[in-house]
Design a protein around this ligand. Structure first.
Ligand SMILES: [Fe+2]
Length: 322
């Protein structure tokens, strides 16, 4: 490394790196590569009203409170009749109601119930009020703004949206019932915002999906440059996700890490890692991943890639996945 003076009278001395020193800073000691990690449902099972952040191991090198470089995820636990004031500093907040019901203020307040999803733009003094004991999954883009040193605009970039649980269920069942679903690699619906016709995402930064992993199925591996923060909604016995950095010659994930599913738990899939959801049981498994794919879609950097569905020899279970 050499140095050069940036200004004649003011400014910090700049740094000059050789190309090899700085061309790929995603490595140990610099921008730490992310690794898969998971969080148990016990994190939100008991205790007082609180925001419970999902924090990866310290050696991932992320900023305080960040779950991934761009996103912060948390469980919001509320006791009956209590309120929780939400932190600020984000442009998009996604909420999914795992349990309970209540409202979100200030007025005019939005009501929420089990299975509902909400996406909110920057709003002052957002407070959740629980009518019954409640747990919500929350993902926002505050780490991205802190990295940029940005302050959200005063005016909202998009309007608040509430996805009613029955509405989501109806559409998911419709997709599951379509004849093509039996041959598809996945049975999923993507949550879109009417203000975002180009990215078809739930907010400018966030992307959210509600999906089924059919009984006895092994999804073909896929990957994307967005980080996935998956909430597990239903985890029948043996359901899991295989995650790895590379594929072998047969298109299978090499030396995969196995993330065992737990209903109400969550896990992180790093950007660019191949992953495959597996459900060996005879019951339906469900997941709700939230990603920074709104941002990646806008940047044209999502780079989502799919392997063809595995043939019978690659599937350990008798029934081929979607
Ligand atoms: Fe994925």
């Amino acid at each position: 490394m050499t140095s050069a003076t940036a200004g004649a009278t003011t400014g910090t001395t700049g740094q000059i790196w050789s190309y090899a020193e700085a061309a790929n800073p995603v490595r140990r000691g610099l921008c730490e590569p992310l690794r898969p990690c998971s969080w148990p449902a016990s994190l939100h099972g008991t205790g007082p009203t609180a925001r419970l952040p999902l924090l990866p191991p310290a050696d991932q090198g992320l900023a305080e409170g960040a779950t991934s470089p761009a996103l912060a995820a948390a469980f919001l636990r509320l006791l009956p009749g209590e309120s929780l004031c939400l932190p600020q500093g984000w442009t998009s907040l996604f909420l999914y109601v795992l349990q309970g019901d209540g409202t979100l203020g200030p007025a005019p307040s939005l009501s929420w119930d089990r299975g509902d999803a909400l996406v909110l733009p920057v709003s002052p003094r957002l407070t959740l009020h629980a009518r019954t004991e409640a747990v919500l999954y929350a993902v926002d883009d505050s780490p991205l703004l802190r990295w940029l040193g940005a302050i959200p605009a005063q005016g909202p970039r998009f309007s608040p949206v509430r996805f009613d649980a029955d509405h989501l269920e109806r559409h998911l069942r419709q997709v599951a019932g379509e004849s093509a679903a039996a041959r598809a690699n996945r049975v999923s619906i993507l949550l879109g915002h009417p203000d975002l016709p180009t990215t078809r995402t739930v907010s400018p930064s966030l992307w959210a999906m509600l999906g089924i992993v059919a009984p006895g199925s092994v999804q073909a591996p896929h990957r994307h440059q967005s980080v996935a923060l998956d909430l597990i909604l239903s985890a029948p016995p043996g359901s899991h996700t295989l995650v790895g950095e590379r594929l072998d010659a047969e298109g299978q994930i090499m030396n995969p890490e196995r993330i065992q599913w737990e209903s109400g738990g969550a896990f992180l899939t790093p950007a660019g890692w191949w992953h495959s959801h597996v459900n060996p049981s005879d019951q339906e498994a469900r997941l709700l991943p939230v990603q920074d794919a709104g941002l990646h879609s806008h940047l044209r950097s999502l780079d989502i890639q799919f392997m063809p569905a595995p043939g019978p020899a690659a599937v350990h279970q008798p029934r081929q996945g979607p």
